[in-house]
Design a protein around this ligand. Structure first.
Ligand SMILES: [Ca+2]
Length: 257
């Protein structure tokens, strides 16, 4: 039995137990409104609307192979479906890629990891607020409206595979989360519904109550710019896995602005 006690403080985040798969670094997102969605994207991103969220913390980085390996070793997680990456015959178990994002994990595997780490997958709204920033930001990308390049994000034409998490500090979000655009797609908690924004609650939305597809966010190392926009939503079967899908975790916490 693995059990963590999460204690939040004004400027720090502590997880007891000392496991490497507990959050090593998180960012705080204070309670308040942000502008979710876009009027300039796909139909499922509209309407753009004000959404109020409770405070939470989020992993600053995508979950790494190193963190996920600790969870497998502890018996709390199952290994990724494959141990390779697009260009690397040995990836998940290779020491040189310990700080790269874990891939080939399904939604249930991501969900299990986050629960074992004392957290949960972020909601779509939490993920987007952490990427875009609080109201009145309408930024297209975590760093602003400048189109992505390899200095800000690992997208198509950069590495051709995953890169170490946090390798592009220029791309950090207003809340200092890294790789919210590119590197790997990130599973979030919500079921997908294309028309959800038209009827979703304006406070702490958690997605439709049921569905067949989960949502991924942020684009990946082989995405073009459009998929890296903070409002872009990509539905996928929860059992899916791929060499460009990973995740990060959120944590209930008090956050002082
Ligand atoms: Ca990412």
């Amino acid at each position: 039995m693995i059990c963590y006690r999460v204690v939040a403080a004004a400027a720090a985040f502590f997880v007891s137990g000392g496991s490497a798969f507990a959050a090593s670094e998180t960012v705080g997102v204070p309670a308040g409104e942000f502008l979710m969605g876009s009027e300039h994207g796909a139909a499922d991103e509209a309407p753009q609307r004000a959404v109020a969220l409770s405070a939470f913390r989020l992993d600053r980085f995508e979950v790494t192979n190193g963190r996920y390996r600790e969870c497998v070793a502890a018996g709390a997680c199952t290994p990724p479906v494959l141990g390779v990456s697009r260009t690397r015959a040995s990836y998940f178990a290779a020491p040189e890629f310990a700080d790269h994002p874990v891939i080939y994990v399904s939604w249930p595997q991501a969900d299990a990891f986050c629960r074992s780490a004392g957290g949960r997958l972020p909601t779509e709204a939490e993920w987007e607020k952490a990427a875009r920033g609080a109201s009145p930001s309408r930024s297209e990308y975590p760093w602003g409206d400048t189109p992505p390049d390899c200095a800000h994000a690992n997208l198509a034409g950069c590495v051709g595979d995953t890169d170490a998490v946090g390798a592009r500090p220029l791309g950090q979000s207003p809340f200092a989360a890294l790789d919210m655009a590119g590197n790997v797609w990130e599973w979030v908690a919500d079921w997908y519904a294309a028309a959800y924004y038209q009827t979703a609650p304006a406070t702490d939305p958690t997605g439709p109550g049921a569905g067949t597809l989960k949502v991924m966010r942020g684009g990946c190392w082989e995405s073009t710019a459009s998929n890296l926009r903070v409002s872009c939503r990509r539905p996928e079967l929860p059992k899916a896995w791929a060499d460009n899908i990973g995740f990060r975790c959120a944590y209930d916490a008090e956050v002082t602005p």
